[in-house]
Design a protein around this ligand. Structure first.
Ligand code: SAJ
Length: 433
């Protein structure tokens, strides 16, 4: 029996207004959809109602100001939407176990109000199986509607790259899977009406879920590969960056990744755990993915050990020494600290009873200093943990004038030789000047 459609065709509700949901809401608004932006965070919703961005994103503010999106915390508004897109976080707990709570919560809120004929799309990154085994039953249970008959379910994994101004929600190609062909058709019609990039139809929800996990696990294992090389080449006195750049001259079958003080963000260090755990529940142990996670998780400790080595060479103990950590964000020129290696570096330094000072131009909080001068005053060593532009522009003359004796460059973002020519001890990750 065909469900009677009671919601206007061009209404869409976006659940979760972060790095993923807000750009999507603004884009749908630009494409003349009636957009309802829903979030549980009243502070965020209030800012958005005043056309204030809750996070830094230079390109979005103008479009937000011009938009006519209805921002609300009221899930009842879902009853007015033909399409509902879930863009809530999929983090991991401290023990690295997947936390599907936000997705489950969003589904329960939606199910209470969604009308027959609704298309529900999950964009949050999840392991294969989540759409059918968690989302579908959660939506059916509280709505009394039947998936594939009374409402449709699709998965279109987000591919937002925070801080990237070349690739964004309107031009990044997407993959799309659905519970049945009719749902796939409806979801395809929605996405091709708002984005100017190919949308590849996958054969199932699970395939679409697997694509995103695979693309981010691919990145994590490749970073682990070069992180392991960096540690090995440190012993062999080989400059790993030169070797990676040499290998990059091969025009095929090599893709450069770079060693660093750790892997942060809400995607790369998180997504593999979703697959590792789900596969384990189904009888397969991803030893390789798990080892890559272990290697990457060791990099913050390795970075602190580099500081210890440089101090020891000067007969200085880490204990009681003032160490400046430059950069809290997980990647350059963003203010996002989710899973940031800097947090682990700070913890490791505090375990060694160092006197830690933190400076990040994108993040001002009570536990950090708010300018470079205060950060560098009387330090025994500096760790560059994020390659913010402000840090890559640091000069040897400035650092010597500031009295910095040691630099451990966790992002290999400085030219070490220039600093060692000024008598500053420089160590990178797999690089020594
Ligand atoms: N990192 C390295 N070495 C590398 C690349 C990254 O140590 O060679 C570190 C970064 O410093 C950071 C972490 O890994 O701490 C993640 O960096 P990222 O550049 O992957 O940034 P993300 O987390 O914003 O990843 C996003 C992802 N996009 C989506 O999930 C939709 C990822 O799939 C993209 O590949 C990535 O952007 C990108 O290409 O920039």
């Amino acid at each position: 029996m065909k469900a009677k459609l009671t919601t206007p065709k061009n209404t869409v509700a976006i659940i979760g207004l972060g790095y993923v949901g807000l750009p999507l809401a603004v884009l749908a608004d630009q494409k003349k959809y009636q957009v309802i932006g829903i979030d549980i965070d009243i502070e965020k919703v209030t800012k958005l109602q005043k056309k204030i961005l809750p996070f830094k994103d230079g390109t979005l503010i103008e479009d937000l100001r011009k938009s006519t999106i209805l921002f609300t915390t009221d899930f009842k508004k879902v009853s007015e939407a033909r399409t509902v897109v879930i863009c809530v976080p999929t983090p991991v707990h401290d023990n690295h176990m997947p936390d599907i709570g936000p997705v489950r919560g969003a589904c329960e809120h939606i199910a209470a109000y969604m009308k027959p004929g609704t298309l529900v799309v999950l964009e949050s990154t999840v392991n294969p199986g989540v759409s059918e085994e968690i989302v579908l039953p959660a939506l059916e249970a509280k709505s009394g509607l039947k998936a594939g008959v009374d409402f449709h379910l699709a998965h279109c994994p987000e591919r937002i790259n925070p801080g990237d101004h070349k690739w964004d929600v309107h031009n990044i190609p997407r993959v799309l899977g659905a519970l049945n062909p009719e749902g796939l058709k409806k979801a395809y019609a929605f996405y091709t009406s708002i984005i100017e990039a190919p949308v590849k139809k996958m054969a199932s929800l699970k395939e679409a879920e697997a694509v995103k996990i695979v693309e981010n696990s691919f990145r994590d294992i490749n970073i682990a590969f070069v992180n392991e090389l960096a540690r090995s080449f440190s012993k062999l006195n080989i400059n790993v960056m030169n070797v990676i750049n040499g290998a990059s001259t091969k025009p095929f079958a090599f893709m450069a990744h770079y060693p660093g003080c750790g892997v942060g963000g809400h995607c790369i260090p998180v997504d593999p755990y979703y697959l590792i755990e789900y596969a384990k529940q189904n009888g397969f142990n991803h030893r390789f993915l798990s080892l890559a996670r272990e290697i990457n998780n060791q990099m913050p400790r390795f970075t602190v050990e580099l500081v210890q080595e440089c101090l020891r060479a000067k007969n200085i103990s880490l204990k009681g020494s003032k160490i400046a950590v430059l950069g809290l964000a997980y990647k350059p020129n963003v203010s996002d600290i989710r899973e940031s290696p800097s947090l682990e570096i700070i913890k490791e330094l505090q375990k060694e009873e160092a006197d830690v000072v933190v400076f990040d131009p994108f993040i001002k909080n009570e536990s950090s200093v708010h300018n470079m001068k205060d950060a560098l005053k009387d330090v025994k060593a500096v760790i560059i943990a994020t390659a913010h532009s402000a840090f890559t522009k640091l000069t040897p003359a400035y650092m010597r004038k500031s009295g910095v004796p040691i630099i451990v460059d966790g992002r290999n973002c400085l030219d070490g030789k220039r600093f060692s020519d000024y008598g500053i001890v420089y160590r990178g990750i797999g690089v020594s000047a």
